[in-house]
Design a protein around this ligand. Structure first.
Ligand code: R5P
Length: 275
């Protein structure tokens, strides 16, 4: 068995191979001048754990090419960040259910698919045998005994935040929208007074940063933002810091400069249990 580091997850793959005491395969990735992608697995491999987050179309093509090289071998596909999961239904007639297509692609090529906190239950429901791990306790560990209050951007995500808060041993709440009049909406924590407190707004994904910025602007407190998947599209980090966010923290399901919490141990534990 080898661990294969997909080009989107090199650091996490190395950590995972160390945790599992399983060698990293030597693989070359390239791009032709016309944009086509190239993969060469440089050694003989029997079975493989491929680690590759899906953020872009190239990430999917690289996976497709790896599956081709490893045809008829036993493959575990570890997809730390499962992109395309926000299109988990046809919101308008004629739309592709993107995550359904991704699920079919992965499950027809890999024995097992392992991922971290899919965006929604609807997204997860398109997989037949998905093994999904919850990284919220790791965010809780990071803030353990740090005297913070954790707040979810909305009621729907409260259950997730509760998991982190329980591990951190802190209070938690969610933002509620209160309509002041026809034009004005106020956003504030539902139950807790956070004035002067250290607040952590916890979300599963930070993409454009818009959700966190809205929440932070409504608070009179020192605010951190923490998430599992740091997509960080459209200059999101700058937006967050300009809005006054003190620190932004994420796991390494997407490898970013702020990925200070690793899911490697959690994934290794999960894989050991199914091997
Ligand atoms: C929403 O359902 C998610 O939990 C996140 O709040 C959302 O995806 C974050 O996106 P953005 O950073 O673009 O506001």
């Amino acid at each position: 068995m080898h661990v294969i580091a997909g080009p989107s997850s090199p650091i996490l793959s190395k950590k995972l191979s160390e945790e599992l005491r399983t060698p990293l395969a030597k693989v070359t990735y390239g791009k032709f001048p016309d944009g086509e992608l190239y993969v060469r697995v440089e050694e003989k491999i029997k079975d493989a754990i491929i680690v590759q987050s899906i953020r872009s179309s190239d990430d999917i093509v690289y996976l497709m090419l790896l599956f081709d090289v490893l045809k008829n071998r036993e493959i575990y596909a570890v997809i730390p960040y499962m992109g395309y999961a926000r299109q988990d239904k046809a919101f308008k007639e004629g739309e592709a259910v993107s995550i359904r297509a991704i699920a079919e692609f992965l499950e027809s090529n890999a024995e097992k698919v392992i991922s971290v906190n899919l965006h929604s239950r609807d997204a997860a429901s398109h997989f037949k045998n998905l093994i999904e791990v919850d990284a919220m306790p790791l965010i809780g560990e990071f803030y353990k005994d740090k005297d913070v209050i954790m707040i979810s951007p909305d009621k729907g995500s409260l259950e997730r935040v509760k998991v982190a808060a329980k591990v951190a041993g802190c209070e938690y709440d969610y933002f509620e929208k209160i309509r002041i009049d026809a034009e004005n909406v106020e956003i504030k924590p539902k139950n807790l007074d956070v004035k002067g407190k250290n607040v952590v707004v916890v979300d599963d994904i930070i993409s454009t940063g818009g959700t966190i910025v809205k929440a932070v602007e409504s608070l009179n407190a020192k605010v951190d933002a923490a998430c599992i998947h740091a997509v960080l599209a459209s200059n999101a980090l700058n937006k967050l810091f300009s809005a006054g966010v003190n620190r932004v923290t994420a796991t390494d399901t997407i490898e970013q400069p702020i990925s200070v919490i690793s899911v490697a141990k959690l994934l290794a534990y999960t894989i050991c249990n199914i091997l």
